[in-house]
Design a binder for this molecule. Structure first.
Ligand SMILES: [Zn+2]
Ligand SMILES: [Zn+2]
Length: 365
């Protein structure tokens, strides 16, 4: 079938909207009519080739839409079902069996290889078009997914906003609710008030943290953080961030979350911790970016630094939980979203880079 897709043909260059041919779903695959797709920092990073996924390539990994057709082996969803697309896993490795699919041994193969695990692709156009980005490539009017990365949602779900739950929002919220699990009354600092950081902030409120601090260098983002419940905000371009956090928390924060993947910022995120505090790092940076800590200070304070992928989320159970919190008004992730027409994808990416938009969502319908 003919589809419209945004293609990356050269590293760091704008997306090009093209008409491509898409094969029908194989036995284990699901054809989804894409309604909308969030733009995640990882899409922009791969467009810039921070990760060497082969080009030309169709990106997009926060898709939401309606199942159009399924292969003969698919039982999880049926045509007409509304779905959120997320990351794919293998279901069979040690980590998947243990219920930790975001650490699937085949995570790279099934999400960022640029093709099916067997090396084939379903999109065809000029050149060897690569796809299956997060087993979806949702910067297109239709996408092929598999059972592990479709999450069925209720018929009344608003498909224009839910795509980001599949990656950025579940990453921030899951890091807090699944990994850090702060007790009520504890303190948490978020470094970087983008979509992931603000999702972490909202989750900290849900968990009952009483001091929730947002750190950023863009004042508009800090204003948004306050609207979403931050008790304190710090503009990192002025003054000593660690000292300010020590003052606010009376000695240090119980938890910190770094979304920036900037070495100097991670140092602050560790330095601001209370005794036995934990810092979660989840930013997607260039390969080779290092964490630097003072070892003696680190061990004397009993601190922990932990990496988190996709918020440790098991999407089939975690995304419905976030949707219920949203329905109750306790997790207003829709306030992070700015909608763009699909054709305006390059404007959306520029606005994301400049900080003008926190979470751009492309509307295909
Ligand atoms: Zn696995
Ligand atoms: Zn992402």
């Amino acid at each position: 079938m003919r589809v419209t897709a945004a293609v990356v043909r050269e590293a760091g260059q704008p997306f090009i909207i093209e008409d491509l041919e898409l094969d029908g779903p194989r036995d284990n695959e699901i054809l989804v009519k894409i309604h909308s797709s969030g733009v995640c920092h990882t899409d922009i990073g791969v467009r810039n080739q921070w990760l060497p996924v082969p080009l030309p390539l169709v990106l997009g990994h926060e898709g939401a839409g309606v199942v159009e057709a399924v292969g003969s082996g698919v039982t999880k969803v049926a045509p007409g079902d509304k779905v959120v697309l997320t990351y794919a896993s293998c279901r069979e490795c040690t980590m998947c069996v243990r219920g930790e699919p975001s650490y699937c041994e085949q995570f790279v193969l099934r999400n960022v290889a640029g093709s099916r695990p067997d090396g084939t692709n379903a999109l065809h156009g000029e050149g060897d078009i690569h796809g299956f980005f997060f087993s979806q490539s949702s910067f297109a009017t239709y996408a092929i997914a598999v059972e592990t990365n479709v999450v069925k949602v209720a018929p009344d779900t608003d498909l224009s906003i839910v795509g980001p739950l599949g990656c950025g929002i579940q990453t921030g919220a899951g890091t807090v609710l699944n990994r850090l699990q702060p007790s009520a009354g504890s303190s948490l600092v978020v470094f970087g008030a983008g979509a992931v950081g603000l999702a972490a902030l909202m989750a900290a409120k849900v968990a009952g943290c009483t001091k929730v601090i947002a750190v950023d260098i863009v004042d508009e983002r800090l204003t948004k953080a306050t609207e979403l419940g931050a008790t304190h905000t710090i503009n990192a371009s002025t003054g000593d961030v660690v000292e300010k956090i020590r003052q606010i928390t009376g000695g240090g924060a119980d938890f910190s979350v770094d979304t920036t993947a900037v070495t100097s910022v991670v140092k602050q995120a560790v330095g601001c911790l209370a005794l036995k505090g934990t810092c979660a790092v989840l930013g997607f940076g260039k390969a080779g970016t290092e964490i630097q800590v003072d070892m003696l200070e680190f061990l004397m304070a009993g601190r922990t630094i932990t990496g988190v992928t996709e918020g440790d989320a098991r999407p089939d159970e975690f995304i419905p939980r976030l949707l219920e919190l949203h329905r109750q008004g306790r997790f207003p992730f829709d306030q992070l979203i700015t909608s763009y027409k699909f054709q305006d994808i390059n404007v959306a990416c520029d606005d994301s880079d400049s900080g003008k938009a926190i979470k751009p969502v492309l509307q295909m319908v």
